[in-house]
Design a protein around this ligand. Structure first.
Ligand code: EPU
Length: 422
């Protein structure tokens, strides 16, 4: 198992280029199931989550390879084992997004029911409701979701809102299934995240007929079949936001390249509120902090609100503000595993239900800490960059799920991070 040793405090300079989006890549990889043949996906990051998903597709019958130029090729000519096994699904909940495509292609799917995880319960009831509306018969057997539609799916008007708003992978699942359903489907209260829009654009390249992309109302005219396509995934807005927060916490100037600025407005708004200068630049932006960190309130929401996937990183930043901030988590109300670890580094955070009161401190102090999930571990890396002394982070594999060799990306900018196998 690897650990990080991070020496702080440091200051950054230079530029960093953002990789392709993990959360856009995964459902787009699942979409390859829908069209027999060879799909090519460009800019898929080299992450452990992508390897796990590739293995999952392999078990279904697909052949997944990386070409020399880094493109991910998925040959889905054969999909003869429509089963998402517990052994893989328990490692990565995003595996659930094979359910819709398998059902549409094979008329049947069995996918292990995902359990809870470090960020909360994470039910899939809305996914199943949507697929049932399309005519699937679904029951639970030995911990597996068994979905059947031997005579195909039929389009319908479906409302997909839930207690915490829209669902990203739920929308992806039903959207993919609806592309091959008979007739028209309308998904109302669809997730508007750029990753869902990227999936819809890819599906249209494959021959689907989807309109309303990027809005909460998606209209899908079912087609008889889809063809494999070539698609480049969008840059990772969460990686971009993490690097922006890193520039801010280290009082640096950092150029962020390959970043879709328009997708980042809620993040840019909070950074400016905190006293950070963010200027749009060619193909990205420049983030600069020269003054103190001002307190700010942050409420996470589905897109275009502030992303839950950046809540932990921004809490680290606000822990050094001159005053008190309030962070409210409205997407995953239990997503606060980082709070206790940041307090071990001398932050002053108090959790009250889905809210954390962040009392700004003058400095963070290095400590041994434990990564608990992907974004919480990114928050600890940021804390380590700003804290006095050497922070050690255990369970670095959580970071590797979503950030490609983060130490090799940050060290050229000025970070002092070493990875050790223990
Ligand atoms: N929800 C339900 N029922 C459902 C589905 C969701 O109640 O059937 C609830 C969830 O419990 C949560 C809210 O709805 O409270 C939103 O969850 P959503 O379904 O949108 O999350 P997801 O699709 O499972 C994706 C990302 C997450 C990201 C969330 C929210 C991928 C692979 N995962 O998860 O990313 O936090 O959307 O934006 O796209 C990460 O990258 O670290 C990560 C966790």
């Amino acid at each position: 198992m690897d650990i990080f040793r991070i020496e702080g405090p440091v200051q950054f300079s230079g530029s960093v280029s953002i990789n392709g989006s993990k959360n856009a890549s995964l459902p787009i990889m699942a979409a390859a199931i829908l069209a027999a043949g060879k799909s090519v996906i460009k800019a898929v990051p080299h992450l452990s989550d992508i390897s796990v998903f590739s293995r999952l597709l392999g078990r279904l019958g697909c052949k997944v390879t990386r070409s020399r130029n880094g493109d991910l090729c998925i040959d889905s000519t054969v999909v003869d084992n429509p089963i998402g096994e517990y052994e893989i699904v328990r490692r990565m909940r995003a595996s659930i997004c094979i359910l819709g495509p398998l059902l549409a292609r094979c008329g049947r799917a069995e996918v292990s029911m995902p359990g809870g995880c470090a960020i909360g319960d994470r039910p899939v009831d809305i996914h199943l409701r949507g697929l049932r509306e399309l005519g699937a018969k679904i029951h639970l057997k030995n911990g597996y979701i068994v979905a059947e539609a031997p005579h195909g799916l039929t389009g319908k008007d479906i409302f997909m809102g839930g207690p915490f708003g829209s669902t990203v992978l739920g929308t992806a699942n039903v959207l993919m299934a609806a592309t091959l359903a008979k007739g028209k489907t309308i998904i109302e209260s669809a997730a508007c995240e750029p990753e869902v829009a990227d999936l819809a654009n890819c599906l249209n390249k494959m021959g689907a007929k989807i309109t309303g992309i990027g809005s909460p109302r998606l209209t899908i005219e079912g087609v008889r079949q889809l063809q494999p396509a070539e698609h480049q995934v969008i840059p990772d807005r969460i990686e971009a936001g993490t690097f922006m927060a890193a520039a801010a916490i280290t009082a640096s100037e950092l150029r962020i390249q390959n970043c879709r600025f328009d997708d980042m407005m809620a993040v840019v708004d909070r950074l400016r509120n905190i006293g950070v200068t963010v200027d749009a630049a060619n193909n990205g932006c420049v983030v600069t902090r020269s003054g103190s960190i001002k307190p700010a309130d942050i409420t996470t929401q589905p897109y275009p609100g502030f992303p839950t996937d950046l809540q932990a990183q921004f809490m680290t930043l606000l822990s050094l503000a001159e005053g008190n901030s309030v962070v409210i988590e409205k997407v995953f109300p239990d997503r606060f595993m980082h709070v206790a670890e940041l307090n071990r580094m001398a932050a002053n955070l108090r959790k009250e239900g889905p809210t954390v009161i962040v009392a700004g401190v003058k400095k963070l102090i290095a400590a041994p800490v434990m990564a608990s999930d992907l974004r919480a571990s990114a928050a600890l890396v940021l804390a380590g960059l700003a804290a006095e002394g050497t922070t050690t982070i255990q369970r670095v594999y959580h970071i590797d799920r979503g950030y490609e060799k983060i130490e090799e990306r940050l060290n050229p900018l000025g970070a002092k991070i070493t990875r050790q196998s223990i």
